[in-house]
Design a protein around this ligand. Structure first.
Ligand code: SAM
Length: 465
């Protein structure tokens, strides 16, 4: 029974499963690991991923703990020179598609592995010889998949989808409707949110299986997404339908209701799809045939629509109001990255810290830190009520607070380590928000309360009981 590596990755990498190779901080390469005995495609090591950091036979990446650092092969497979497949009109995603066979040149990127790993502050430019490089092997998660997936459309990114899933109350056992599927970024996050331990082919008795019903009308995108669902072990958990939802709605398998508790619409005109997401047949839909609602009748239903323009928001809100949705509001996620570093004042000072960072300033700063630390120490000592107890963490530099230079020497000599010598934690934000993604409109369709519901409630909890 196949369990998705997105949902239950286990502790180690496995053959025939998806893994994400982290070549450098932001350069991620999805790979299906293949066990091959002996030579494969001209490579003595079997299937090999060739990157600018060296060659990595799949055999060295199977059966290792997730997060492992993998060293490049000593064998120079990269020089055997096959070219990376270029995107074409027929296959625009060629360059980004997860590699099932021999990956050749790694995508061009700026900087070196050392720089990308965050040593830029130290100004270190360290060339990494191809054969001495390394990568890390990571389990697939929705967040990593969003960063590495083959883009077929604009996608929803992590800051937006984490907030959306929270607001639409997607949780284990929820049934989510999503349209359009696009590149599957949201679908992966949604299925993890609703997964309640029932893998694809398990039948659930009594308990609802968390599930995502996804819809896509672009045929090529539909087929690519369907293939991914199978490859990622998500069959039965993500139910993808090739459909124009504006005209044909959300029922599945010839008229069955998904029974959705939550809805996410990433469509150009959400208001066109909204009438099909009603509990009762709306007046705007002609015809006398019996109405089957795609929604859960026993719960309030939560919706989010994702639209880049305010005009789309206005039309969506108007349609929501007409169709009985309440608690309508709009949110824009203004995501700002925060970069947290230790602001080192004593040791290993980068040379370009500016005019104020003369050795004299540094010495004064260290002395001040030592004084502050002394006060903390005194405070901790009093709080503990043990006047003679040694508060090791906050001990002053050996020789007293005025011997900060001596403390630095001690640290250099690996003795008498003091955390304050490492420097304060300093957080810097990006100066401005760079991107507008979309406006998120949220609303709730309250559950309906019928005479039968009231009778059942009274039978269970009689008045006056
Ligand atoms: N949310 C997706 C993700 O995170 O990867 C991206 C969705 S993409 C922006 C919008 C998708 O909606 C496109 O793939 C488009 O083909 C699809 N679409 C547009 N109108 C549709 C319709 N009437 N029915 C179904 N899908 C539709």
């Amino acid at each position: 029974q196949k369990i998705s590596p997105f949902l239950e990755p286990g502790l180690q990498t496995k053959a025939s499963s998806l893994a994400i190779l982290q070549l450098s901080r932001d350069n991620l390469l999805p790979v299906y690991l293949q066990a091959t005995a002996g030579e494969h495609d001209g490579y003595a090591e079997g299937v090999v991923v060739n990157t600018r950091y060296g060659s990595f036979p799949h055999s060295t990446m199977i059966g290792v703990p997730w997060g492992s650092q993998i060293r490049a092969s000593k064998v120079d497979t990269g020089s055997r020179g096959r070219k990376r497949k270029r995107p074409t009109d027929d296959d625009p995603d060629a360059a980004a598609t997860p590699q099932t066979a021999n990956e050749t040149e790694a995508p061009a990127e700026s900087g070196t592995q050392a720089e990308d790993a965050g040593n830029a502050t130290a100004g270190v430019k360290q060339a990494v010889a191809a054969s001495s490089g390394f990568i890390h092997i990571l389990p697939p998660t929705p967040e990593i998949w969003t960063m590495s997936l083959p883009h077929r459309t604009q996608v929803v990114y992590t800051p937006d989808y984490s907030y959306i899933l929270h607001r639409i109350r997607a949780r284990p056992g929820s049934v989510v409707i999503e349209a359009g599927a696009g590149s599957g970024s949201f679908s992966h996050a949604a299925v993890r949110a609703v997964y309640n331990g029932y893998p694809s082919s398990t039948t659930t008795t009594g308990k609802r299986k968390g599930k995502v019903f996804s819809y896509e009308y672009h045929e090529q995108r539909f087929h690519k997404m369907q293939k991914e669902i199978v490859e990622h072990g998500l069959e039965g958990l993500v139910h993808l339908t090739h459909r124009d939802v504006y005209n044909d709605g959300f029922l599945v398998d010839g008229g069955r209701s998904p029974g959705a508790d939550a809805i996410f619409l990433d469509l150009p005109a959400p208001w066109e799809a909204l009438p099909k997401l009603s509990r009762r047949k709306p007046e705007s839909i002609p015809g006398d045939e019996e109405w089957v609602s795609p929604l859960n009748f026993k719960k309030s239903v939560y919706i989010c629509t994702f639209s880049p323009c305010i005009e789309q928001v206005t039309r969506t809100v108007s349609a929501l109001r007409r169709l009985g949705w309440v608690d309508i509001d709009m949110v824009e996620i203004a995501n700002r990255k925060l970069h947290t570093v230790r602001d080192r004042v004593g040791l290993h000072l980068p040379v370009d810290r500016g005019v104020n960072n003369t050795p004299k300033d540094v010495d004064e700063a260290i002395t001040r830190l030592a004084e502050i630390e002394d006060r903390f120490r005194e405070h901790a000592r009093l709080a503990k009520g043990a006047a003679d107890e040694d508060v090791t963490d906050l001990a002053p530099p050996p020789g007293g607070q005025n011997s900060s230079k001596k403390a630095m020497n001690d640290v250099n000599g690996k003795e008498g380590y003091h955390s304050w010598v490492d420097g304060r934690l300093v957080t810097r934000g990006e100066p401005e928000i760079k991107t507008h993604t979309s406006y998120l409109v949220f609303a709730i369709l309250p559950r309906e309360w019928t005479e039968e519901d009231e009778a059942a409630a009274l039978a269970r909890y009689p008045v006056g009981s």
